[in-house]
Design a protein around this ligand. Structure first.
Ligand code: FNR
Length: 383
């Protein structure tokens, strides 16, 4: 554990431990992966301003996201098939988030169901919804999230149609995975992962199997999901879901100032500036590059969060200094989970927290709320 000092270390262990098809599933973007790469590399174009000889004692990273207290403004993003990176992965990640004091978001496409996570954690979490054509399914899952005391609905808007990831197609990744010879060999060689998987019954999509029309078993799941993402999603449908949910609503997947303005006028509690970690529209700008324009467009009308490309506490600090109220991490916690389960997610959160804290101090700040553009030297094309 002592030799694991950054997120990259967790990624290396994760790569060794998890079958290639699931590693590739996480570690890929759509088409040329330009956006996937730039999400990370654009952070390094923002420089920090060093400040010396200021009292840096009594620092605090505590804040709030949509009114909920957080130990640092970093939530775990919804990640489909988290339970294939590690047995009962969603439960383990949610428990690590609970202990650390940050929000956990459960994906519609999770392996553990809403009820599994609620029962295991006894703690509120956020539920992410993909809008499906089957309205009965959407209505029922909103009801299930309400019953499980989910404290926010995160509605993902940037996946009405699937961005193509070459690696997934080449690996034959589908839900459920097709058992080709290379797949079987790969799964068999990752025996640590395999033994854990054998111990759990949760190996298929708990939110969907048995709950959606025509999906009684795993074998009919693949065709159902492929055709279910609602291409007709529009603001009218979003309003229907908002009214039905009635609670806190976060709109995820906004990467343009005009869309952000629409979302703010719509009355969402927060938006997440995001390009789905580079998995949807390849060639769109990185989320960190779009953040300043979006903040300018919406002012204080709506809370702005961001994700896509965060791999360190320094990245978090840059997003906050550009005006985000909160951030989400996707792959950064998946690396930890795949490497070492719950402990690995905790490690990822500790690493990011420490980096945020130390960087804040060296920038001469004691409180995350005081971070701002004055802490940054920003390349001209970011302004
Ligand atoms: C995702 N993301 C995602 N988003 C969502 O709303 N529902 C989902 O089910 C998924 N599934 C998913 C799977 C995997 C493997 C990844 C990597 C991502 C997107 C996710 O919530 C988030 O926007 C990105 O992960 C943020 O980028 P980083 O932090 O991974 O760079």
């Amino acid at each position: 554990m002592a030799t694991i000092t950054n997120i990259e270390d967790l990624k290396r262990i994760y790569r060794r431990r998890v079958p290639k098809m699931f590693y590739d599933y996480a570690e890929s973007g759509s088409y040329t992966e330009q956006t996937f790469r730039e999400n990370c590399s654009d952070f390094s174009q923002i420089r920090l301003r060093q400040k010396v000889a200021v009292d840096m004692s009594n620092r605090s990273t505590q804040s709030s996201m949509i009114g909920e207290k957080v130990a640092m403004p970093v939530a775990l993003a919804p990640v489909g098939m988290t339970g294939m990176q590690c047995a009962d992965g969603e439960i383990k990640a949610a428990l690590a988030a609970k202990r650390f004091g940050v929000p956990f978001t459960l994906s519609t496409m999770s392996i553990c169901s809403i009820e599994d996570v609620a029962e295991a954690t006894q703690h509120p979490f956020w539920f992410q919804l993909y809008v499906m054509k089957d309205e009965d399914f959407v209505d029922a899952i909103i009801e299930r999230a309400r019953k499980a005391n989910c404290s926010a609905l995160v509605l993902t808007l940037d996946l009405q149609i699937l961005g193509q990831r070459h690696k997934d197609l080449k690996n034959g990744l589908s839900a459920p995975p097709k058992m080709t010879l290379p797949t079987i060999i790969n799964l068999a060689t990752k025996w640590g992962w395999g033994l854990e998987m054998l111990k759990t019954k949760r190996r298929s999509f708990g939110n969907i199997v048995g709950h959606a029309k025509n999906v009684g078993d795993v074998s009919s799941l693949s065709s159902w999901t492929a055709e279910q993402f609602d291409e007709k999603l529009d603001w009218g449908k979003i309003a229907r879901i908002r009214d039905q949910w009635g609670g806190k609503l976060i709109l995820k997947g906004i990467n343009d100032p005009d869309d952000a303005r629409l979302a703010a006028d719509f009355g969402a509690d927060a938006i997440i500036v995001s390009n789905h970690g580079g998995r949807q529209l390849d060639g769109t700008a990185s989320a960190i590059r779009m953040l300043p324009d979006i903040i300018r467009a919406v002012g204080n009308q709506v809370e702005v969060h961001m994700d896509s490309g965060i791999r360190s506490g320094q990245d978090v600090l840059k997003a906050l200094a550009l005006g985000a109220r909160g951030t989400f991490i996707g792959r950064a916690f998946i690396y930890g989970l795949g490497a070492m389960g719950e402990e690995g997610v905790t490690k990822a959160l500790e690493i990011i927290h420490k980096e945020l804290d130390v960087t804040m101090a060296l920038c001469g700040e004691r409180d995350v709320h005081n971070l701002g553009r004055h802490n940054l030297l920003i390349a001209q094309d970011f302004l």
